[in-house]
Design a protein around this ligand. Structure first.
Ligand code: GDP
Ligand code: IMO
Ligand code: MG
Length: 434
């Protein structure tokens, strides 16, 4: 059997594009589904029949009995949240130990990382990032500072000492920040109670197959197995290419796959870029096409734009094509997947940003954070299709105005849209749309 390549699914806006749904839809074509970055800041929603389920750390292939799910070395694991996820799966009759392998090099989020995240956000005041407060920033900071704890450490005879040492270091930092540790709560419980659950979660983690997943994945490719890498967050939240500093702390772009799974760049095959037919963003940071009017509210209500992880209302706005062209470029997107156009079914007109101007001059490139707060947006207005997209299962069933809209996006991005999602359910998907 010939050697295979890894296909990748990436959100190419500000997250919540619908990655969970599409990974679940495409999973039957693959043998292995692997998460490569992020952690429980992610909330990936899957819907099939009566079941709606949100995954945070666990890959979105977990509901397919014959697939192997991998949590790669680039992922962060909070043992308490992980345990809650495995409990929920067991209640649904899914035994995650039979379907999942975890990298010994994945880093752990400690309860004190979560407190540090909260303390740092508090100190930033009005300039806060709007983090999910899951401890992502502080845990990746410890990883690069070379003092983090990894999943492999939980099997060490010295794990308890290592944990206490890092926790005490964090408590010192928290004290310096004037953070009231004694009264601190995590998820509405005293932090010590959270810690007890976290330690129980470590026990749960010990029951999983913890391996050097880089060997497993490279061997799997040698054996002709098909792998799908599942991204979390979106390219506009990438630590390098996102709207810094209002970003997450990992490489959410295609290159993150190589460092987050231990696979070479030459192993990357297709790079699917998922985007919504409009834009959303949770947390702070520039959002040039944001709507503060009734249309924005309509998008939020009809699209149920409330965070799958934090429940926060998502900011909403028109599709941003300059941003999309930028993320297509940095990721080398080969295939586009468009989500949630059905939310705009009744709109008389649909708008999309086609360019930005600054002081009357057209901008060539996507602007940096400071500039993008000052730009004027040039919009293209297109007629709405004013008919329900959700029943369509084939491109021939799509209204002409919608077909015109997708061919406009195709021209603007230089790529055809290969999959169109017309509703949250697995079935509400049009494959090979063009
Ligand atoms: P992810 O983080 O990229 O996996 O996306 P989320 O799960 O955070 O948010 C996507 C939301 O949109 C979820 O509530 C999905 O059930 C829903 N969804 C996905 N695709 C579609 C679609 O095509 N139409 C509609 N109306 N909802 C969708
Ligand atoms: P999925 O995988 C949307 C945002 C937060 C905040 C910033 C930094 O579901 O698409 P962090 O907790 O990472 O330090 O927060 O990033 N953010 C997301 N927004 N979807 C996500 O994940 C996100 N994960 C983080 O709101 O603005
Ligand atoms: Mg999400």
């Amino acid at each position: 059997m010939s050697k295979t390549k890894i296909d990748v699914i990436l959100g190419i806006q500000w997250g919540d594009e619908g990655k969970g749904k599409i990974v679940d839809v495409l999973a039957p074509r693959y043998d292995i589904i692997a998460r490569f970055q992020g952690g429980p800041n992610a909330g990936h929603t899957l819907k099939f029949g009566d079941v709606t389920h949100v995954l945070h750390t666990i890959p979105s292939g977990i509901f397919h009995a014959d697939k192997v799910n991998v949590i790669g070395n680039g992922v962060l694991i909070d043992a308490c949240i992980f345990c809650r996820e495995t409990d929920a799966l067991r209640r649904m009759g899914v035994e995650p130990r039979e379907r999942m392998k975890i990298s010994d090099k994945a880093h752990l989020i400690l309860p004190t990382h979560r407190m540090l995240d909260a303390a740092l956000e508090q100190r930033k005041g009005a300039k806060k990032i709007g983090s999910t407060v899951k401890g992502i920033g502080p845990a990746y900071t410890d990883k690069t500072a070379r003092c983090g704890l990894r999943v492999g450490d939980i099997f060490s005879a010295f794990f308890a000492q290592k944990y206490e040492a890092l926790k005490n270091e964090h408590l010192l930092q928290l004290e310096q920040y004037g953070f009231d540790v004694e009264e601190a709560r995590i998820e509405d419980m005293p932090w010590r109670e959270y810690e007890a659950r976290w330690l129980a979660g470590v026990e749960e983690l010990r029951g999983f197959e913890v391996i050097s997943t880089e060997f497993y994945l490279n061997r799997a490719m040698e054996q002709g197995k098909k792998i799908l890498a599942e991204g979390a967050q979106g390219s506009m939240l990438d630590i390098d290419f996102g709207s810094y500093p209002f970003v997450t702390s990992s490489s959410t772009t295609a290159s993150g796959v190589c460092v987050g799974l231990g696979v070479p760049p030459s192993a990357i095959g297709k790079v699917y870029g998922i985007f919504k037919a409009y834009c959303t963003r949770v947390g702070s940071g520039p959002f040039p096409t944001e709507l503060h009017d009734g249309t924005g509210e309509l998008l939020r209500q009809k699209g149920h734009e409330f965070g799958a992880t934090t429940g926060r209302a998502r900011r909403t706005g028109w599709l941003d094509l300059p941003a999309l062209r930028y993320t297509i470029m940095v990721n080398g997107i080969t295939d586009l997947i468009m989500m949630k156009a059905d939310v705009m079914d009744e709109f008389p007109v649909v708008k999309a940003a086609v360019a930005y101007t600054l002081d009357g001059k057209m901008l060539e490139a996507y602007p940096d954070t400071d500039t993008s707060e000052k730009v004027e947006v040039v919009y293209k207005e297109l007629p709405g299709w004013r008919s329900p997209l959700s029943p369509a299962r084939h491109q021939d069933q799509l209204p002409q105005a919608f077909k015109d809209y997708i061919s406009f996006i195709g021209k603007q991005t230089g790529l055809e849209i290969s999959i169109i999602s017309v509703g949250p359910d697995r079935d509400e998907t049009i494959m090979n749309a063009q």
